[in-house]
Design a protein around this ligand. Structure first.
Ligand code: N01
Length: 534
């Protein structure tokens, strides 16, 4: 006989930064909960992405929780941009400090979530055979958590080792003396390439599309800087939350078009920002992602920097992108372009001739064989929707989310989905999520959801569900806003183009901080756009 299901108020899927804080908030409100996590420990992205050089591209003093003043005062960051091991230590510290491990079952993947319309209850099943009934199902599954490994022909015949940056072995990989091939030149590869190149006998980089990368200028975090920020941390956070994407970059944006600036002044500005490092470079002028001519001024500047950094002009030309700068997630690096000056690094252009085949001894491109001991797939993720669609989520009438999203994700505010009552997505498609400092977006979503379910409880409301008209309007708005920018001009994972067969739809919402006001307004108006049923 089937085991009776455990009953809780809420199930939380994922123990990354979103799931941890969600558990903390719901526990604080006295809700019973059960969390599930596919990994063996907390940390989400930072649990899985352990490739050499993995590091955050948001500054440490910003990429941390702000919900607890004690926590943000006591934690000491060591570098301007924290590396993966330090961020994972921080996640573990938070889970210990707020006693959050007890809410989660680890090594457990949620496979199914089905809504029962008669009972207003979600039934959640896992790959370990657990069944839990919950009023609320909260997806804290992350935006970049389903690795994308292209089906290269012959992959299974390769005699060496194959790795994906997003599923890196916990014990690490020793590349010394090895011939390594890396496929991809996105953020992960751009961080890993300089580190692997220092260790491997030879590194061959297979590049389909070159990428713009800005120096991170990482280094030890000045204790005086840390002290000064901590002396006024709430004010620092408040200022950052008013910046585009809640990224309180060191150099602020001017309300000016790049093309309207005097060319010498503009160059000085780009030089200064290049010297500061990080996303500040792309935040100098308000129209960089709107006006192609303005965008060209920044792109030209970076192409000049590539030409200066790379000795071989042919290699520099191959490394120089020609798409809009910033329409793909900008990469931050430490010595990326300079790495191509090393004798043990080869760049192979696969833009016109894709990886033909993986053979037992290496890789074949355009009839040329490359002998390799290891292949690193830095080929990214099935972003934003991949993980949600791998779970069999069924709402009203047994309709699956996968079916509903066949032509692209449809949500209201990236928080709720029509036809799926009491299901919440933290940093879901249609919310600013990946275009922001994720920690800030996560806290904003978690606080909104916690306030919402607290309100439902106190008002005796059984279900909350996005209405179709509100969802339609929001989806149209997300698309309209994206359409006014240069974002849709590149083949980025924001559009799902990196995954064969995925519909080309711009998934994140461009508009932080106004988005926060919209969410607050919706709540203040009694959850406008949602249907509440007693
Ligand atoms: O993945 P990506 P990522 N054959 O999708 C190539 C975050 N992140 O893991 O551009 C050959 O960006 C693909 O080529 P193309 C950050 O938000 C943050 O690097 O599609 N090549 C591309 O070069 C980031 O944006 C941090 O033509 C293939 C690469 O693989 C996001 O994660 C660090 C291919 C994939 O790049 C994803 O970054 C790391 C194929 N069949 C990641 N398929 C920081 O915080 C794909 N490629 C710093």
């Amino acid at each position: 006989m089937a085991q009776p299901a455990q009953r809780v108020d809420a199930v939380i899927v994922g123990a990354g930064f979103a799931g941890l804080y969600m558990a903390h908030r719901l526990d604080g409100l006295g809700f019973s909960l059960q969390g599930f996590e596919a990994g063996s420990a907390v940390g989400g992205t930072w649990y899985w992405n352990r490739y050499p050089g993995a590091r955050c591209d948001v500054e440490s003093m910003e990429y941390s929780y702000q919900f607890s003043e004690e926590l943000q005062q006591e934690w000491e960051w060591t570098e301007r941009y924290a590396g993966q091991p330090e961020i994972l230590r921080y996640a573990t510290h938070v889970a210990d400090r707020f006693d959050l491990h007890r809410h989660f079952e680890f090594d457990t993947r949620v496979t199914e979530a089905v809504f029962d319309e008669d009972e207003d209850v979600w039934t959640i099943r896992t790959d370990t055979g657990r069944t839990v009934a919950a009023r609320f199902c909260i997806m804290a599954t992350g935006c970049l958590s389903s690795a994308n490994t292209p089906a290269f022909p012959g992959m299974e015949t390769f005699a060496g080792e194959v790795y994906h940056t997003g599923r890196w072995p916990h014990e690490g990989v020793d590349f010394s003396g090895k011939r390594v091939g890396i496929i991809g030149t996105g953020s992960s590869a751009i961080q890993a390439i300089p580190v692997i190149a220092r260790e491997a006998a030879h590194l061959t980089v297979f590049q389909r599309t070159p990428n713009y990368s800005i120096p991170a200028r990482n280094g030890p975090l000045d204790p005086d800087v840390q002290r000064a920020i901590k002396a006024e941390y709430p004010e620092f956070r408040a200022r950052n939350s008013l910046m585009p994407g809640a990224l309180g970059v060191q150099a602020t944006m001017r309300e000016m078009a790049a093309v309207d600036d005097d060319p010498d002044a503009r160059r000085r500005d780009y030089e200064e920002r290049w010297g500061i490092g990080g996303f500040a470079f792309l935040m100098g002028y308000e129209d960089l992602l709107i006006n192609p001519e303005s965008n060209d001024t920044a792109a030209d500047f970076v192409r000049e920097k590539i030409a200066e950094a790379v000795r071989n002009p042919d290699v520099a030309a191959l490394l120089s992108p020609h798409n809009v700068i910033g329409c793909k997630r900008p990469c931050l690096d430490t010595g990326y372009y300079e790495t191509f000056n090393r004798d043990n690094v080869t760049l192979v252009d696969i833009s016109n001739a894709p990886v033909e085949e993986i053979t037992p001894t290496g890789l074949l491109v355009d009839g040329v064989g490359y002998d390799l001991d290891c292949i690193v797939c830095a080929t990214g993720f099935d972003a934003m929707t991949g993980t949600l669609q791998r779970i069999d989520i069924r709402g009203r009438g047994g309709r699956s989310l996968k079916e509903k999203w066949a032509a692209g994700p449809r949500t209201y505010l990236g928080l709720g989905v029509a036809g799926f009552p009491n299901l919440f997505t933290i940093s879901g498609p249609g919310s600013p999520s990946v275009l922001t400092n994720m920690m800030v977006s996560i806290e904003q979503h978690v606080n909104w959801i916690a306030d919402c379910v607290g309100h439902l409880r106190s008002e005796g409301i059984a279900t909350i569900e996005a209405t179709e008209p509100a969802e339609d309007e929001w989806v149209a708005h997300v698309n309209d806003v994206a359409g006014e920018t240069l974002y849709p001009t590149c083949n980025s994972w924001y559009l799902g183009v990196n995954v064969p067969g995925k519909p080309r739809v711009f998934m994140p919402y461009i508009g932080y901080p106004p988005y926060v006001e919209k969410c607050d307004e919706v709540a203040a108006k009694g959850y406008e756009g949602f249907a509440l049923r007693a």
